[in-house]
Design a protein around this ligand. Structure first.
Ligand code: SAM
Ligand code: DTB
Ligand code: SF4
Length: 331
């Protein structure tokens, strides 16, 4: 088994076309070769700047163009972010991801975010940020501040992209990913399923991700959270097995990546989540809120890990051994 970046679209489509059980068997086989079985990485999200975003992403409650009733919030103060990061760490998260509803960060905002990154990093957490488009210069500044991961999603296939976003191009996104990669940061890049795309679009998205010059280190697979007021509020629900298929194909194509079961867990049964773990998902967002929408309650997640005998992945550099997730009421 080797890691490839030369997948053809036909090969990706053929994986999607496999009988469900054959696909899961192959995904779990790849998983056990490249990843630690029964271990799931735990990240916590915080929206450090909420709403009033000038972009028009059709799925997003934070776009200024849609009336979703969301309360907008200016960039948070450093001390508040630090309090939330400490709470997330106490609760067992090993990575803290700060999200801001920007098209791209302005210099004065970037300076403040950089102070947050330094602070969170000093706690011993892995740091992640998602701030929209960044230039090569900004990517270098973020790297110098100690940012471990930058999240920037492609969201869907190149073909379907225009139906979802009009204010920035696919190439803009690829340029940001290149800037992040060349600055030496880990890339966190995935997409959303359940936006009315076809199976060919899901294959198209994973094909682009798996043929980047280097695979993203993290691949979030989000299920659309349908938010009232957004253009996708009434999108037809996805067949849950198609969600699982997407996770499984991501695992097979990008064997070393952490595949994250991201948005949408709140609407998934425990059994469906277990199938996603079997398909190769090995990261989740833990904490009762994503950015603006809900996530499963932490007690429920801890119980789920116990019931499935899943361990929370130890932070990098920590002594080997099982880690436990604690109560995250304040995270
Ligand atoms: N503004 C920045 C950007 O777009 O890159 C960072 C924040 S943005 C909210 C991060 C990601 O969240 C988006 O790329 C999208 O994949 C995901 N997302 C946003 N709204 C979502 C929804 N309703 N359901 C699922 N995923 C969503
Ligand atoms: C990602 O792929 N999913 C997260 C994270 N990256 C930033 C965001 C999910 C947002 C879901 C909608 C919301 O809570 O606003
Ligand atoms: Fe803005 Fe990001 Fe939401 Fe798009 S996904 S509207 S860029 S916050």
């Amino acid at each position: 088994m080797k890691v490839r970046t030369d997948w053809s679209l036909g090969e990706v489509e053929a994986l999607f076309a496999l009988p469900f059980m054959d696909l899961l068997y192959e995904a779990q086989t790849v998983h056990r070769h490249f990843q630690i079985a029964n271990s799931v990485q735990v990240s916590t999200l915080l929206s450090i700047k909420t709403g009033a975003c000038p972009e028009d992403c059709a799925y997003c409650p934070q776009s200024v163009r849609y009336d979703t009733g969301l309360e907008t919030e200016e960039l948070m103060e450093l001390e508040d972010v630090m309090r939330r990061a400490s709470a997330a760490q106490q609760a067992g998260a090993t990575r803290f991801c700060m999200g801001a509803a920007y098209r791209s960060p302005k210099p004065k905002d970037l300076r403040k975010v950089i102070a947050m990154i330094r602070g969170v990093k000093a706690l011993g957490l892995e740091t992640c940020a998602t701030l929209g488009m960044v230039s090569p210069q900004q990517a270098h500044e973020l790297k110098a501040a100690g940012l471990d991961y930058y999240n920037h999603n492609l969201d869907t296939s190149p073909q379907y992209y225009d139906q979802i976003i009009g204010t920035r191009t696919y190439q803009d996104r690829l340029d940001t990913l290149q800037a992040v990669r060349e600055a030496g940061m880990n890339v966190c890049c995935g997409g959303i399923v359940g936006m009315g795309e076809t199976p060919a679009d899901r294959a198209g998205l994973l094909h682009v991700l798996a043929t980047l010059p280097e695979h993203p280190q993290s691949v979030p697979v989000n299920q659309l959270v349908r938010v009232a007021g957004t253009p996708l509020a009434d999108a037809a629900p996805l067949d849950p097995f198609d969600f699982v298929r997407t996770v499984a194909v991501a695992r097979i194509l990008m064997p070393r990546a952490h595949v994250r079961l991201s948005a949408g867990r709140g609407e998934m049964s425990d059994e469906l989540q277990a199938l996603c773990f079997l398909a190769g998902a090995n990261s989740i967002f833990y904490g009762e809120k994503l950015l603006t929408t809900g996530n499963p309650d932490t007690l429920h997640d801890r119980r789920l890990f116990e019931r499935l005998q899943i361990r929370a992945e130890a932070p990098p550099g920590a002594a080997a051994g099982p880690t436990r997730m604690a109560h995250a009421a304040t995270a």
